[in-house]
Design a binder for this molecule. Structure first.
Ligand SMILES: Nc1nc2c(c(=O)[nH]1)N[C@H]1C(S)=C(S)[C@@H](COP(=O)(O)OP(=O)(O)OC[C@H]3O[C@@H](n4cnc5c(N)ncnc54)[C@H](O)[C@@H]3O)O[C@H]1N2
Ligand code: MOO
Length: 411
């Protein structure tokens, strides 16, 4: 797998950039680091409805001298830990007419309002008593240490790096970028993907089933994996086991500058298994034609001109596994992602797991859950949606109930 991803990195790892609106950037991969072009919040902001005040350290106090009435009024201090201010004006959220605080005065302010220069704290309404044009505040309430002001730049500082190149844009990135006014972002062009499900027995949705025929399932698996990996499905169809048809299809895809061609089926040793020979006849270079994993032994990876080619085996369970373990990572790598392998963790297995002695890594469909802060996993049951793969190292014959195993999350 690493060889395949190394080849992708080398040949396709520097994706073209396109600038797109922030609103369309979810799930895309950034091609540059993004730095803040402004502060968030843009101004000192009130976090409570209340009164914006200044606490003046009157030196008269420090000397144990009682302040004169006038001094006490100017500093906002009255007897017994109480502060008293004259209410000067009101600052609602959105109000732009902001004047500095005058000594002895406070501003009635609302959450989200601009905190004027000179204010030390916003005291919530609940802590204050309004009497006529004045407000009386219990000084003890300040001991809590909160000033209920979110300072300019407290969340995002101008110039600070916000998102790294290769990150996949998520909704939190979008909100953060929007908050400082970034509305266009540089992202990797989405890889164009074509998939072809090969097999004379396959029919597509809407076509009638007859003896020996079956509905093609791999297209459903692949189209979802392609979208999840950030790719664009440019072509998707069923093809019969016909060498000339396969060769001309692969040549056409490469000429049309498809980034990735995926086939399913036709990889076994049988007489109708024509994918590898057709790929070579179409001018393809084989990079990998065997993976030490099950499912997935019968796998082909190569290139035709500027197109990567991934030949997957036919059985849908194998395609599901490889869609998660390989198709997703290839597409993400093509877009310069800095994290592309499935997320993995360790979990305790709930039953014995027997494995074939074939010296390869096994991937078993599983279901995981968390209970009492611990992760557990078991094999999935028939018809049950698979949430993860249980991955065991080559040569392992038995995993005993209660042992820890590696689990790959299914995207
Ligand atoms: N004599 C041997 N036979 C097989 C071997 C082997 O080593 N010796 N390997 C087996 C393994 S493992 C695999 S995997 C398959 C690989 O075969 P193909 O890639 O050629 O797959 P097909 O024969 O085309 O299909 C296998 C199976 O899956 C069904 N299928 C295929 N495509 C679809 C689709 N789009 N939707 C639904 N079902 C699909 C197909 O009808 C077959 O039943 O070879 C084994 N045999
Ligand atoms: O190659 Mo097959 O996919 O091992 O099951």
């Amino acid at each position: 797998m690493n060889r395949i991803l190394d080849c992708i990195e080398e040949r396709f790892g520097s994706p073209a950039t396109e600038m797109i609106p922030l609103s369309a950037a979810g799930g895309r991969f950034l091609t540059r680091d993004l730095a803040a072009t402004g502060n968030m919040p843009v101004y000192d902001e009130a976090l409570r409805d209340g009164y914006a005040i200044a606490i003046d350290d009157n030196p008269a106090d420090d000397q144990g001298k009682e302040p004169s009435d006038d001094e006490a009024f100017r500093s906002g201090k009255t007897g017994e830990g109480m502060l008293e201010y004259v209410i000067d004006r009101e600052i609602a959220a959105g109000c732009s007419d902001i004047v500095p605080l005058r000594p002895g005065y406070c501003h009635r302010i609302f959450t989200g309002g601009v905190v004027p220069a000179g204010v030390d704290m916003v005291v919530p309404f609940e802590e204050c008593k309004e009497e006529g044009d004045r407000v009386v505040i219990n000084l003890k309430e300040f001991a809590a240490g909160r000033n209920y002001i979110k300072r300019k730049g407290a969340e995002v500082r101008c110039g600070e790096r916000l998102v790294e190149r290769g990150e996949r844009v998520c909704s939190d990135h979008i909100t953060m970028l929007a908050s400082i006014g970034i509305d266009q972002v540089p992202v990797a062009r989405r890889p164009k993907v074509a998939y072809y499900c090969t097999g004379n027995e396959l029919v597509t949705a809407g076509e009638r089933l007859g003896t020996g025929l079956k509905k093609s399932l791999n297209g459903w698996v692949l189209s979802q994996a392609i979208v999840a990996g950030g790719g664009l499905v440019e072509r998707g169809m069923v093809l019969g086991d016909d060498r000339q048809l396969l060769v001309s299809t692969f040549v056409e895809a490469a000429k049309s500058k498809i980034d990735l061609v995926i086939t399913t089926g036709g990889m076994g040793p049988g007489k109708y298994d024509l994918v590898k020979s057709s790929f070579v006849e179409a001018g393809g270079d084989v990079v990998v034609d065997f993976l030490p994993m099950r499912p997935g032994k019968s796998l082909l990876f190569g290139t035709i001109e500027h197109t990567a080619f991934l030949g997957l085996p036919g059985p849908p369970p194998a395609v599901r596994t490889l869609a998660n373990e390989l198709v997703g990572p290839i597409l993400k790598r093509m877009q310069g992602a800095n994290r592309y392998w499935p997320e993995k963790f360790e979990a305790q297995i709930l039953h014995d797991l027997r494995l074939k002695r074939d010296g390869v890594t096994h991937y078993k469909s599983g279901v995981y859950f968390i209970e009492g802060g611990k992760s557990f996993v078991r094999q999935s049951k028939r018809l049950e949606p698979v949430t993860c793969y249980i991955v065991t190292e080559p040569g392992r014959r038995l995993v005993k109930e209660g042992e820890m195993v590696t689990v790959h999350l299914r995207e």
